[in-house]
Design a protein around this ligand. Structure first.
Ligand SMILES: C[S@@+](CC[C@H](N)C(=O)[O-])C[C@H]1O[C@@H](n2cnc3c(N)ncnc32)[C@H](O)[C@@H]1O
Length: 340
């Protein structure tokens, strides 16, 4: 074999391994809110170190690493400024992902230290890392819980345009968003469809923190706290569930879907909005998310065939699978036997 090829392969693997360092650098910058400190003007690590509460030469090394990845620019006087990408680390950017990255550093990185357990057993390892299951932990640590909701809001904010573009919600009637978090997706759909109404359904302490107020759709949106394994709000025309089922095992998914099936009208529809894993080796965000769901929650991303099978078990038939401009797909289903 050509020795250059051999070297390329080794370098590629080493580079992949270094991804850990770049991810940690990003987590640190997000946690320290460095981008907020750079909002007004370029500043050196010495100027930033005091407000950030860290050691200036070490901060310089962190910022230089991220400048090499296109997050910051460093000028000849050693002052750092934000690139267009780096601006999205600002807390106040409309498409900010700062909270997501900071929380990844606190929760995901620590949970992945136990990934071997997940591989040996197929079980999630959040409880090993934090002493209790994820949803209990987030309830008992309200600040972390609020940050989780914000992280979901950040994801939904970058994904929602693609969802509303891919699926015509007009004429959907009463839309129930199950596990809808703070209501970001539902508010987007209702803003786009002034004739429809909605129900935001999630855990009671989560819906308490909803962002529906002040969106202009408050009078068309009911907010209901409850348990997806208990009673689901009945009588909706369209049920949506985004990034919820990937957190649960197949048995739990069938139980959740069964509850929705019982709550919905015979001619209502269900949309699962998830990352559907494509076949083949092509890179797709669903594959890394799948591994994260295993390690974090014992959950999984699924293929189209897997969704079709689980939906069939719960009494649904799949009508369409619609791709979006994001990595999410929309699986549209109806109760089996419903008139289409
Ligand atoms: C990954 S988040 C997705 C949130 C939202 N759909 C989105 O895409 O931004 C999963 C949601 O499921 C909710 N959840 C978890 N366990 C639940 C339960 N037992 N009953 C109701 N909601 C639950 C969480 O509170 C969280 O809002």
């Amino acid at each position: 074999m050509d020795s250059t090829l051999e070297l390329d392969g080794s370098l590629r693997l080493l580079e992949l391994g270094d991804g850990l360092i770049y991810a940690a650098a990003l987590h640190l910058a997000a946690e320290l809110k460095v981008a907020d400190l750079l909002a007004e003007e370029p500043r050196s690590a010495v100027e930033l170190a005091g407000p950030a509460g860290v050691h200036a030469p070490s901060l310089h090394r962190l910022l230089r690493t991220l400048a090499g990845c296109g997050v910051f620019n460093e000028d000849s006087a050693g002052r750092f400024s934000l690139t267009e990408t780096g601006r999205r680390l600002r807390s106040d950017h409309p498409l900010s992902v700062r909270t997501t990255l900071a929380q990844q550093g606190r929760l995901t990185a620590r949970t992945f230290q136990y990934a071997q357990h997940a591989l040996r057993t197929g079980e999630g390892t959040f409880t090993k890392a934090f002493g209790q299951p994820v949803w209990e932990y987030l309830k008992e640590h309200p600040e972390e819980g609020a940050d989780f909701d914000t992280a979901m809001h950040e994801h939904s904010r970058v994904e929602r345009a693609a969802i509303v573009k891919a699926y015509d919600f007009a004429g959907s009637g009463r839309i129930v968003d199950v596990g809808g978090g703070d209501g970001t997706l539902l508010a987007t759909v209702l803003e786009a469809c002034p004739g429809e109404s909605g129900v935001l359904f999630d855990l009671p302490h989560v819906v308490e923190r909803n962002r529906i107020a002040d969106t202009g759709i408050e009078d068309r949106c009911e907010v209901v706290g409850g348990d997806i394994f208990g009673e689901i709000p009945a009588g909706g025309d369209l049920y949506t569930m985004k990034s919820v089922l990937h957190g649960w095992t197949d048995g739990e998914v069938v139980s959740i879907l069964g509850g929705i099936r019982r709550a919905m009208k015979a001619d209502a529809r269900l949309l699962l909005i998830e990352r559907v894993i494509p076949g083949g080796d092509a890179p797709h965000p669903s594959k890394a998310f799948d591994l994260a769901m295993l390690v974090m929650a014992g959950g999984q991303e699924r293929t189209q065939e897997e969704y079709v099978g689980l939906l069939a078990e719960a009494g649904f038939q799949v009508e369409r699978v619609i791709g979006t401009e994001s990595s999410l797909s929309i699986v549209e289903a109806q109760p089996r036997g419903a008139a289409v």
